[in-house]
Design a protein around this ligand. Structure first.
Ligand code: SF4
Length: 137
């Protein structure tokens, strides 16, 4: 949450140190643009659970989980002529002390179906080291 110009300098410094010292970072952010810039692999979390995990190129080009799709569709496109469909989510993020049954995302998911409130999906490998927790896969 620091000034944008300083943020870029710090992130570049972190990347230089990573190369020099062979470091691994666990970088937690709400900013997907920064996540894409700094990361090799990205995990998307919803209410404390990882719902999707993959190599950044794969995750950004083929987002599978409806929450990831909604997050990516909300990233502004810096080109007024390029139109992108936005996925709107209904409702608010539920309280962490009152977690929804089954898939935690089901009250807000545009693709929810009968099984979703009943059973919690587990992460499954769909190939290319891409994992998703959703009953659609
Ligand atoms: S399991 Fe169901 S509610 Fe959860 S993300 Fe998938 S389709 Fe949506």
């Amino acid at each position: 949450m620091i000034d944008v110009s300083l943020r870029t300098t710090l992130i570049d410094l972190m990347l230089d140190l990573q190369k020099e010292l062979g470091l691994t970072y666990l970088f937690i952010t709400h900013d997907l643009a920064v996540a894409k810039y700094i990361s090799d692999r990205i995990a998307i979390m919803y209410l404390g659970k990882i719902v999707e995990l993959g190599e950044k190129g794969e995750l950004f080009s083929h987002p599978l989980h409806p929450y990831t799709q909604a997050l990516l569709s909300a990233i502004p496109v810096p080109n007024p002529e390029r139109k992108r469909e936005t996925v709107e989510l209904k409702g608010e993020v539920p309280s962490a002390i009152n977690i929804p049954s089954g898939c935690r995302f089901h009250p807000r998911c545009p693709k929810a179906f009968e099984k979703c409130p009943l059973e919690q999906p587990v992460l499954v490998d769909v190939g290319k080291q891409h994992l998703v927790a959703c009953h659609l896969y």
